[in-house]
Design a binder for this molecule. Structure first.
Ligand SMILES: C[S@@+](CC[C@H](N)C(=O)[O-])C[C@H]1O[C@@H](n2cnc3c(N)ncnc32)[C@H](O)[C@@H]1O
Ligand SMILES: [Zn+2]
Ligand SMILES: [Zn+2]
Ligand SMILES: [Zn+2]
Ligand SMILES: [Zn+2]
Ligand SMILES: [Zn+2]
Ligand SMILES: [Zn+2]
Length: 475
């Protein structure tokens, strides 16, 4: 019987064993607390899909797999190979606009005779697809933003331009987009307008195989470095070798993603890059022993998790704006988006937009956001979460403005804390101490849709008495 994937921890696979594989490549080893034996118990499960309807692989460590019960689901239905999807794409393009429809349910560009069949199954169809729309697949295909695995939150235009302008100014010419389809799309779209950059998309979402040839899109699992088609790896090596020291990797993984698995993958991609550059002797000296230049989008409160494993990475103060996510949007929240850029490129190289309030701190030799003041005691611009931190002489560090020093706990705490209860204000979803459930990027999108209603409920509850108050507190 499959275990519940909530409250599970990723554990490294012992070096002497090999993980069993599911259709999405080698599985990962997890551990959870087993209520029956009252002990932690380990099991292998799919690295990409947590939803067991999408991949039902499950195997207790040291036991045989339950292969008979294995089922998987693909977004593009039926699951065609890349070559076949491209063949269909060219046929689709030949149709007149009136006859060009895409099935949003199956993620498939439909050929003439297929529409009625999808309609009869009550699928949602988009009609009269223009050829220009095919150049913007992230808008054409419905973002899978209600799906924990794909977590397709798309960058706002401002972030896309900032990223591409920066990368180009720094002299990179080859952008390896790992789970960053919108960056890839923009690079491809702008190719003709004189930009000197090219890109390759690695993503699990096979809908892109319709609109991009194998030289521009590779179906890939970023949690285990799995390639789904035989020639994919050599195509990636070709791209890396052509770019050499001018390759930069841009990645925006699903935020529920396990940092340890991602770090392992990014290290493997780096090794591939070094191997490919070794073939071009002029580049070898520039890349040997290095981590591929990396731009990784992730929430600020993952800083320690990332930098403890990749000490060459540091966090920029830039607040990453998204189009289809209420909480990752700079307009929606006073503090702005919680998503930042982690990079091994020197912070001085990034020029953050001054018209959005970013300013250059001479002491830190980097741009900081407008509310982030340099603390002379700490010797740094200390804010992480978009509020102005204040220095506490007793703690000898800057703290969030909501904290006051408590002499009983001997540390800064929330004003209404109960002394002795550590981390009582931590997040109920991911357990991190420095944000609350409502700010957690791992919070399901369905909860967010009702955020306004719940706030109203809370407001009403505040005036209506204790019964509702209890309910609102659980939000
Ligand atoms: C948070 S979205 C990032 C999109 C990005 N903000 C953009 O606008 O280009 C996550 C991306 O990773 C992809 N993805 C999800 N799981 C993946 C996996 N296991 N391996 C590779 N890509 C994955 C999704 O399809 C999606 O494109
Ligand atoms: Zn799987
Ligand atoms: Zn359909
Ligand atoms: Zn500073
Ligand atoms: Zn300070
Ligand atoms: Zn203090
Ligand atoms: Zn206290």
């Amino acid at each position: 019987m499959a275990a519940n994937r909530a409250n599970v921890e990723l554990v490294p696979v012992p070096t002497e064993t090999e993980s069993p594989a599911c259709p999405h490549g080698p599985t990962l080893l997890f551990e959870r607390f087993d209520q029956a034996s009252k002990k932690p118990r380990q099991f292998y499960a799919c690295s990409a899909f947590r939803d067991q309807k999408a991949c039902s692989f499950f195997q207790w460590a040291n036991q045989n797999p339950e292969i008979s019960s294995l089922s998987t689901r693909s977004i593009v239905a039926p699951p065609y190979c890349h070559k076949h999807l491209r063949k269909r794409y060219f046929e689709f393009k030949k149709l007149s606009r009136e006859l060009r429809s895409v099935c949003c349910t199956c993620g498939l560009l439909l050929l003439q005779e297929e529409s009625s069949q999808h309609l009869s199954q009550k699928h949602s169809l988009r009609h009269q697809v223009g050829l220009k729309e095919l150049k913007h697949p992230t808008s054409l295909f419905q973002p899978l933003d209600d799906n924990k695995t794909y977590a397709q939150y798309l960058f706002a235009k401002s972030t896309v331009s900032f990223l591409i302008d920066t990368v180009e100014r720094l002299g990179y010419t080859h952008i390896l987009c790992v789970g960053a389809p919108r960056i890839h799309e923009e690079v491809q779209f702008c190719k003709k307008s004189g930009r000197n950059v090219t890109s390759l998309l690695l993503d699990l979402d096979e809908r892109y195989a319709q609109v991009y040839p194998p030289s521009l899109y590779i179906k890939y699992n970023m949690f285990n470095q799995h390639f789904f088609e035989t020639r994919s790896k050599s195509r990636l090596l070709k791209f890396l070798s052509e770019g050499g020291s001018r390759v930069v990797m841009v990645t925006d993984p699903p935020f529920g993603g396990m940092v340890e698995a991602l770090v392992a993958t990014f290290t493997k991609l780096s090794d591939m890059w070094v191997t490919s550059a070794a073939k071009q002797s002029s580049d070898l000296a520039n890349v040997k022993g290095k981590l591929l230049p990396l731009i990784w989008f992730f929430p600020y409160f993952m800083e320690n998790r990332i930098t403890s494993q990749l000490p060459e990475m540091s966090m920029l103060d830039y607040k990453v704006d998204y189009e289809n996510h209420v909480l990752f949007n700079n307009q929606h929240k006073k503090k702005g988006s919680p998503v930042r850029i982690f990079t091994n490129i020197a912070q001085t190289e990034f020029s953050l937009p001054q018209d959005q309030g970013y300013w250059f701190c001479k002491s830190c030799q980097r741009f900081s956001s407008k509310e982030n003041w340099h603390c002379s005691e700490c010797g740094a611009c200390t804010s992480k979460d978009g509020t102005r931190y204040v220095h506490c002489d007793m703690c000898m560090r800057c703290v969030k403005p909501s904290r006051v020093h408590c002499f009983t706990c001997q540390m800064c705490q929330l004003k209404d804390h109960t002394c002795g209860q550590m981390n009582s204000s931590g997040c109920h979803i991911c357990g991190e101490p420095d944000h609350k459930r409502r700010d957690c990027p791992r919070r399901p999108q369905t909860e967010m849709a009702t955020i306004g209603q719940k706030r109203d409920l809370k407001r009403k509850a505040n005036s209506a008495g204790t019964k509702h108050q209890k309910k609102a507190r659980r939000i």
